[in-house]
Design a protein around this ligand. Sequence first.
Ligand code: BES
Ligand code: ZN
Ligand code: ZN
Length: 504
Amino acid sequence: MEVLVTDRRLAEVEADALLVGVRGETVDPALDRALAGVISDVVNRGDLRSAKEEVLVLYPHQGPAAPAAGRILLVGLDEKPTLEMLREAAAKGAAKAEKLGATRLATTLAQIVPSGYTLTQAAAAVVEGTVLATYRYEELKTATKKSEPPLAELTLVLSDKPGVSAARRGADQALAVTRGVTLARDLVNAPGNVATPTVLAQRALAIAERAPFIKVRVYDRAQARELGMGAFLAVAQGSAEEPRFIVLEHRLDQFPDQPPVVLIGKGITFDTGGINIKPSEGLHEMKDDMSGGAAVIGTFAALAEMNLPLPVVGLVPATDNMPDANSFRPGDVMTNMSGKTIENQNSDAEGRLVLSDALAYAERYHPHAIVDLATLTGAMVVALGRGLIGAFSTDTELLNRLKQAGEATGEPLWEMPLYEPYAKFLESDVADIKNVGPRWGGAITAALFLKYFVPEGVPWAHLDIAGVAWNHRERKPKPAYLTPGATGAGVRLLIEFLQSYLRP
Ligand code: BES
Ligand code: ZN
Ligand code: ZN
């Protein structure tokens, strides 16, 4: 999408539709005048009281004050709008514009700045909402099945020159970030036979090609064996598809003395459950089991277009989990890269196995902090539903930073307990640890398993994104900027989290 930013008068802004926000009962006098009293009319009649309402379409008559756009789309906001409301309003407007066949949309929404935030952030939210709402996954459709051309242009209308430059910054940032979200959605929507570990690695390498300050290194099966990644390789051994351990490094040379933040993403490109095979109902959805990995790769795609002076590492252990004559068995004992031994008691608890080797690999960076993202447990979905990320952390400062980022991006997380007594459930008769506890509290024992492999003394947070990675039909509330299928969860959150280190 092309985003233009202008301070031209509304009557002169060219577009197929003009999207305007109405804030509860508030009438912006300048805007009302420019639109020949349309806003005060709607407010007086009480036709658009809140953010919950549908979009209204008006067809202003020609006259000196009529905007060049033939249609005005009115979208409701609360008296005190949030960033999320702006995202939502932009998304609803964009969807409506597309339905009307518009390809060029203009909006004054970025002029509404939620309290506590900047105009730059407001503009970013508007662009995010627009771009993400018009996302489609049509790579695998032939021409006759593809939909009409989507919205191609968005013009942000500001009231003055300083507004224009602040909004421009926000728009550019949002364009970078949404390219990351879009990549993550594409990777997750792509089925298991398309988004293979090899393809994930190729996408990571392509990012490094565009950005000289990002280095990517990919380990294959033999190289992972040399590193001693026994848990990762055990999961991979039943698959004909070659596994890849993907390492992305952002600006490490530039900040040699600064410990990097390490981001780890579960990259199970398809989770059948292995020998503990899953029931067939909904099994096709297990192509989303690399959502954590997709979020990490998407984050680096965004970083490639941004200028964040921060050392960051991304680790994605990528493999299928298949039942096969070569599969690892329940009862098998593997040695993790750190030398710790693991008894496999359930081959469907494979995510924590591949992550354990990534956590061990992270040690070489002496990280400032480690954050992992994983569609790790069904139990997380039971506990928090489809609207929240479950967050486990050994460090309050790190957790608060992530929580604030979740608040700002509309990717909320909820703290979960690393309840140490439950570590007892993971005691094995034959190895140092086993990979499953009892059914109840399954998200907690999964997190405690990971904690066992976190390098000594490094602040760590584990984000279980099993509930939010896929835009399920029953999800409520369902933000209008989510499209069918993958949500691209985590990318906006991680970028905001990284940026928080750069603020005073
Ligand atoms: N990928 C699944 C978790 C999952 C389940 C994500 C449903 C999204 C929706 C994970 O690998 C898994 O199968 N976990 C098991 C663990 C159990 C065997 C201890 C689970 O949650 O049932
Ligand atoms: Zn599994
Ligand atoms: Zn899994």
